[in-house]
Design a protein around this ligand. Structure first.
Ligand SMILES: NC(=O)c1ccc[n+]([C@@H]2O[C@H](COP(=O)([O-])OP(=O)(O)OC[C@H]3O[C@@H](n4cnc5c(N)ncnc54)[C@H](O)[C@@H]3O)[C@@H](O)[C@H]2O)c1
Length: 352
């Protein structure tokens, strides 16, 4: 088992290994005085892992119940959030009880926000079961629900007490979700480690889950420790996300997050090379790795449409954009640009 620690006033451990679900209850027992444990999970994940987790929590002395919601992003809503709170209340959960998020990023964000706000905050444990949740959303303490079409508009920074990543659960992940998570893995390699970039080229992520997740989580933990509230260094994790979010939004979210981020990373790397920030071979190497993982590197949307979409988002946040530019594999810099220049960057990145 690998353990990564997030150092903070209320620091927490991230445990990563195959087969951890069987012993999850014991680890949860170490971090909470709760007598009730309420699992929050979706209707894909709960039938697969709910019984095992319930048994393990029961053996550790918890009285266990489960709030199971319909899978998918549309459940990251105020309606499901209210249903979760009502469930906690009906289950008699008190201030010292605990919420256990079991699932992908949707379960983690929804359960996290419910835990952050129920009775002004009760204990939270994250058990990520998607690759994206394992390498990204379960670590860092961001919790949220959407406000209609507006992503993550209502939320809170709220640290889990513990993160348990049983890599065996990733074996049931649908192929498309695996590919989605690989985009975030590749992002970590480009900004943080050339060695990891090479490892990903040599051996697929699914053949080295524990190792890859550990590397990503270590990197993310360092960013979070330096900048918990995402106003400085943590922005590096947004590599590819400015263009990626514009592509996702322009497609009305029919393009998956990972695919959009892959295209966004490819665009910004090409633009960084065109403007002399990184060597010419970097975008080619990145394109090759993304394609190896069946991820796209081009978009049919034009630069004007994408820039407008990004700027309409920016209206709420000011007239400048921070771009994360690769300088070499494993190194990046943050560049603040005028939002109106974004279209020029997109064109330099090969967008028509
Ligand atoms: N809090 C953060 O810091 C943060 C960071 C990145 C993304 N997010 C959020 O995460 C969400 C996306 O996360 P996601 O991609 O995990 O989506 P998700 O939770 O919807 O999971 C994707 C799909 O995979 C299924 N699934 C998950 N684990 C499975 C398993 N082991 N076996 C079989 N099926 C499984 C789910 O039921 C779902 O259908 C978005 O809402 C995004 O905003 C949050």
């Amino acid at each position: 088992m690998t353990e990564v620690n997030v150092h903070a006033p209320d620091g927490y451990r991230i445990l990563i290994a195959p087969g951890l679900m069987d012993s999850a209850g014991g680890y949860v027992r170490e971090v909470t005085k709760a007598s009730k444990a309420v699992i929050v999970s979706d209707d894909n994940v709960y039938p697969l892992y709910g019984a095992k987790l319930t048994k393990s929590l029961g053996e550790a002395g918890f009285s266990v119940s489960a709030f199971v919601f319909e899978h998918g992003e549309s459940s990251k809503s105020l309606i499901t959030y209210e249903r979760a709170l009502r469930f906690l209340s009906r289950a008699g959960a008190g201030r010292s009880d605990a919420v256990i998020a079991l699932g992908g990023g949707v379960a983690g964000d929804l359960a996290g926000f419910a835990a952050a706000t129920y009775m002004r905050g009760i204990d939270l444990v994250q058990i990520p079961t998607s690759l994206l949740a394992a390498v990204d959303s379960s670590v860092g303490g961001k919790t949220a629900v959407n406000l209609g079409g507006l992503k993550n508009q209502i939320g809170a920074f709220y640290r889990p007490k513990l993160v348990i990543c049983d890599t065996d659960t990733l074996n049931t992940l649908p192929e498309a979700e695996y590919i989605n998570g690989c985009a975030e893995v590749i992002k970590h390699a480009v900004i943080g480690s050339e060695e990891m970039f090479d490892e990903l080229s040599r051996l697929p992520v699914h053949k080295q889950y524990e190792h890859v997740i550990t590397r990503c989580v270590r990197m993310k933990a360092e960013f979070v420790e330096a900048d918990e509230h995402d106003t400085g260094a943590r922005m590096a994790l947004n590599f590819g996300h400015t263009a990626g979010h514009a592509i996702e939004a322009a497609s009305k979210y029919s393009i998956r997050h990972g695919e959009a981020v892959a295209i966004g990373m490819a665009i910004v790397a090409r633009a960084a090379s065109a403007f002399g920030y990184c060597p010419a071979e970097l975008p080619d190497k990145l394109d090759a790795l993304l394609k190896l993982y069946s991820l796209p590197v081009q978009t049919d949307y034009d630069a004007r449409t994408l820039a407008r979409t990004a700027l309409s988002d920016k209206k709420r946040r000011g007239s400048r954009l921070t771009l994360v530019l690769p300088r070499s594999l494993g190194e990046y810099s943050l560049e603040s640009i005028e939002a109106r220049d974004f279209e020029k960057w997109l064109r330099a990145g090969g967008v028509k």
